[in-house]
Structure formats: structure tokens, C-alpha cells
Design a protein around this ligand. Structure first.
Ligand SMILES: Cc1ncc(COP(=O)(O)O)c(C=O)c1O
Length: 381
């Protein structure tokens, strides 16, 4: 009798692996079938009971508190430090709009930021705030040193950048950066869109002031799962901007992240996010390690293809980005899509290529098929 290895069994929880080589969890990840079933049945039950019945919606709100506590344990912080939103972008806006910035404030960011950060920073720049940009490069200690040098050039109010580049998967030591910034009197906000589900988070230990994050990429939570970590020491630096009913239930206490939450939300999605933590704990091995191994395999395989340049450092997670000599990343992306390999284009002045997001539910066969498809595209140039 054919026995399936453990990860092959896990793969069956992800129907998206049947149709194509899905390598774009870094944009939006699939929800594992057991979590999805629970989520769907809770939405049906919610609807069937009349969502507006106070016992029903208050029940959901109390389950959200359980989910918040689960996430806090997983991310190394206290539940009160977490506010829940619909996505990372919400959380970034809460910080950047709510921060009491002096008119001579200076923010330092990088050249590989997502529109979720570039948009709010552009608004601040239009209001006269100085925004300076340094290269993200390959992350690591060099990036921390570049940011330290930028802070030494002029007084800096805030560092605002991705913890992991969405373009290459490069990362750096968050704790080391927090130390450099705080020594110079600067606050730090790291956009954590790409980190939960790719590497362990230790939010309190890192000492970062603000850490927006989401669950709907690498963690595999339903779309609409976003959050913000506010370090207890920095919580009162962010004023409430949008507010309304429910937010007051925390009494506006700066040490309670719920002060930013108001109005009706898709509470079952946040509850499912808590379920994801239990699902990941039930996996046959460490999902972070599995996707790092697969990404390293893909990176090694692509490095040997003539005409292909690997643009990512050694994987810290599942992201591998390549460019093909003489071919625009958009063309490569389109041709791969036509061949059934789903990546994402990378379009930066310094980086024109395709990003692959290898998740733990991918496998060696996906890696081989992606390599073969890239080799075919490169050979046809
Ligand atoms: C680095 C980074 N920041 C922000 C976002 C936006 O995430 P969300 O849709 O959760 O706001 C993304 C999404 O790709 C991202 O990669």
C-alpha cells in the first residue's frame, strides 16, 4: 500500500496545489481546508442565528479575545499590545496618521517598500515631513549599518520600513535595529506583512515600537486578518484618529490595543486566525523550516539556469526572486503564468524580475516545475 509522507498529506489541505504551481503566498496565502471548514461553518452558524442578536455578536467578540490571546502568545507579547484590523495597511495608517509628529520630523525608509507604506509616507511628505530613502539591499547587518549612518546624518524621528523585503525576502535583526534607533532617540515601525508564518516573531523582546502585521499571507488566515503591535512604552505616542462605538470599551487606555478597534468587523475571520495557530502547531514538522528548505532548493536550482540571476539572499523564509537577462520581469511573469506557474512580478528601478513564494505546502515537484518553466523562458529569449 502506498503511504504518503507527512508533508504530502498536509498538501492535501491546500486544493490550490492541484491546479497550478502556486508560488504566490507572499501576495495572499490559501487557508488550509480544516481551518476553512471551521470558518465557513461558523459564518453559516452566525448567519443562521441572526448576527444582530446580542448574545450572538457578543459571543463572537469574546471569541476574538481568545484569538487575540493566542496570537499574542505566538508573537511573544501581551494581548493588550495587539489591535486587530483588516490588513497591514490599516495598521500602518493608524500609526502614521496618529503619531504626533513635529513639523521638522524626519522619517527614514527604504527603496523596497510596499505601497501600503509608500502611500502614507507620501501624504506625510506632502505635508512637509522629510522622508529619506536608503537602499534595502540584501538586508542583514549592512542594512542596519546604513540606517544607523542615515540617523547620524540628521536627527531622525522614525524609521519606517519592512522587516522582510517583499521583493527579495531579505531580512535583518529587528532587535539590533531597535537598539541603534533608540540610542539615537528615534522610534521604529517595521512593516511585518511578510514575516508572520515565515519566521518566529518575538515582539516584546525585539523592542520595536510599532509592528503592523497580517495573517492572510504566510500564516494562512482568511483575508481581512491584520493587526498592530504597539510596544507598551510607545503606545501613548499614537493618538486615536478614527474612532467610534466599541473602541470606548477599552476606556481609551493607551496600554490597551482595543482602543483602535471600532464598529462592526468580520469577527469570524479573526477567530479563524486564532485557529490557524493550532493548525500550524499540528503540522508534522516546523513549517518555517520546511519552506526555507524548499526555497533554498529552488534558489540553488535557478542559480544554475543560464541567463538567470538570483536576486535574493540565502532564504530566511520562502521568498526567492530572480531576473532573466534581457527580459522584463513582467514578460517573465506572464510567460510563467501561461505555463501554469504563479509568481509575482517585481518592478523596481534596481530590480526587474519575478518573485516566487515557496510555502510549506509546496513540494519538490513544484520546485522542479518552476525551475523547468524558468529555464524554458530563459532559453526562448
Ligand atoms: C511589505 C508589505 N507591506 C504591506 C502589504 C499590504 O498588505 P495588506 O494587504 O495586508 O495591507 C504587503 C502586501 O503584499 C506587503 O508585502
Amino acid at each position: 500500500m502506498l503511504t504518503l509522507d507527512n508533508w504530502t498529506r498536509v498538501r492535501r489541505d491546500f486544493p490550490c496545489t492541484d491546479a497550478r504551481v502556486f508560488l504566490n503566498t507572499g501576495t495572499l496565502g490559501p487557508v488550509a481546508t480544516p481551518v476553512m471548514e471551521r470558518y465557513l461553518s461558523s459564518i453559516r452558524q452566525w448567519n443562521a442565528m441572526g448576527p444582530g442578536s446580542p448574545d450572538v455578536y457578543l459571543g463572537w467578540r469574546s471569541r476574538v479575545e481568545t484569538a487575540r490571546a493566542t496570537l499574542a502568545t505566538a508573537f511573544g507579547c501581551h494581548p493588550e499590545s495587539l489591535s486587530l484590523f483588516g490588513n497591514v495597511t490599516d495598521a500602518i495608517n493608524v500609526v502614521l496618521v496618529g503619531l504626533r509628529l513635529p513639523q521638522d520630523a524626519r522619517i527614514v525608509t527604504t527603496d523596497e517598500e510596499h505601497g501600503a507604506l509608500v502611500g502614507p509616507l507620501t501624504q506625510l511628505a506632502q505635508r512637509g515631513i522629510t522622508v529619506d530613502v536608503v537602499p534595502f539591499g540584501q538586508g542583514g547587518p549592512e542594512l542596519v549599518a546604513r540606517l544607523a549612518a542615515a540617523m547620524d546624518q540628521a536627527p531622525t524621528t522614525l524609521l519606517a520600513l519592512s522587516h522582510m523585503s517583499c521583493e527579495t525576502g531579505a531580512v535583518f535583526d529587528a532587535g539590533a535595529l531597535a537598539g541603534e534607533a533608540h540610542r539615537r532617540g528615534a522610534l521604529v515601525m517595521l512593516d511585518g506583512a511578510q514575516t508572520p508564518g515565515q519566521m518566529p516573531l518575538a515582539l516584546d523582546a525585539w523592542g520595536i515600537d510599532f509592528y503592523p502585521f497580517n495573517g492572510h499571507k504566510w500564516m494562512g488566515a482568511p483575508a481581512g486578518s491584520g493587526g498592530l503591535y504597539l510596544a507598551p512604552v510607545a503606545a501613548d505616542r499614537v493618538a486615536i484618529t478614527y474612532t467610534g462605538d466599541s473602541a470606548g470599551s477599552s476606556g481609551g487606555d493607551p496600554a490597551d490595543g482595543r482602543r483602535f478597534e471600532y464598529g462592526t468587523r468580520n469577527w469570524p475571520a479573526w477567530v479563524a486566525w486564532g485557529d490557524v495557530v493550532a493548525y500550524r502547531a499540528s503540522l508534522p514538522g516546523d513549517p518555517d523550516a520546511r519552506q526555507r528548505e524548499l526555497a533554498a532548493l529552488l534558489r540553488g536550482a535557478l542559480a544554475e539556469v543560464p541567463g538567470v540571476a538570483v536576486r535574493s539572499p540565502e532564504p530566511a523564509g520562502g521568498i526567492v526572486t530572480v531576473s532573466v537577462d534581457g527580459l522584463a520581469g513582467d514578460r517573465v511573469y506572464q510567460q510563467l503564468l501561461a505555463a501554469g506557474v504563479v509568481g509575482r512580478r517585481v518592478l523596481r528601478p534596481h530590480l526587474d524580475g519575478v518573485r516566487f513564494s515557496v510555502a510549506y505546502f509546496n513540494n519538490e515537484d513544484d520546485v522542479a516545475r518552476a525551475r523547468a518553466a524558468v529555464a524554458e523562458v530563459a532559453a526562448r529569449r
